[in-house]
Design a protein around this ligand. Structure first.
Ligand code: URA
Ligand code: SF4
Length: 213
């Protein structure tokens, strides 16, 4: 709850034994950390319960916050293209984020909202939603998109440059998971050499595609 600064957690809002749609409904009312205050809405994961692959990003961006769906903005378009190129059907994946509310700064009302990375407390607070999604979807493989997702799933010492494009096996929330980390698609959009950065992303996703066969 939000009574004490260091006790942010979504835990009391997560219904036990709920279906994916019940979870999504409950997440809409989450007040587990302060990020719900300024954001438009909770952006829960999207996809089928039967998905073989789960993609985990950082947090919703401006477009996702407005539309209420993950990865529908520029980073999502790039990700869909890279997935298809690597041989993973984006429509068959379950897509979600480590943090379910958009964190941003805004110089003045009506000015552009600038993305701000969630901190460790917020990531930890939101963890129970991701754990619940994992328990229901039971993906064969998790694609970890960037540092925030990596830290949320694999701990604060996670470094994407050290493990990208490799298949990791770890116990996460009591389940043995296989994970392929890669860069965040937004980092490709920001890169000086976008083409090389994009090819690197596709290459890592090809490793994921092979791990699924
Ligand atoms: N970036 C993310 O990490 N997630 C989204 O849903 C959109 C952009
Ligand atoms: Fe709840 Fe996560 Fe939103 Fe915080 S970011 S209010 S923990 S859903």
């Amino acid at each position: 709850m939000t009574t004490s600064e260091d006790q942010y957690t979504a835990e009391p809002f997560v219904p036990e034994g709920a279906s994916l749609s019940a979870l999504r409904k409950a997440a809409a009312g989450c007040r587990g950390c302060p990020l719900h205050r300024d954001a438009t809405q909770t952006v829960f994961g999207e996809g089928k319960t039967t998905a073989r692959v789960m993609l985990v990003g950082e947090q919703p961006g401006d477009q996702e916050d407005r539309q209420g769906k993950p990865f529908v903005g520029p980073a999502g378009k790039l990700l869909d293209r890279a997935l298809a190129e690597a041989g993973i059907d984006p429509g068959e994946a379950y897509v979600t984020n480590a943090v379910k509310h958009f964190k941003f700064t805004q110089a003045e009302p009506k000015k552009r909202r600038i993305h701000k990375s969630p901190n460790l407390r917020e990531m930890t607070a939101c963890g129970p939603w991701l754990a619940a999604e994992l328990a229901i979807v039971e993906p064969e493989l998790i694609v970890v998109l960037g540092a925030t997702a990596g830290k949320a799933l694999l701990g604060s010492s996670f470094k994407v440059t050290e493990v990208r494009g490799t298949v990791l096996e770890r116990e996460i929330h009591g389940r043995q998971e296989r994970l392929v980390p890669t860069v965040h698609p937004s980092s490709v959009l920001r890169a000086d050499d976008r083409e090389t950065a994009y090819e690197g992303l596709v290459h890592d996703l090809e490793t994921a595609a092979r791990a699924l066969t």
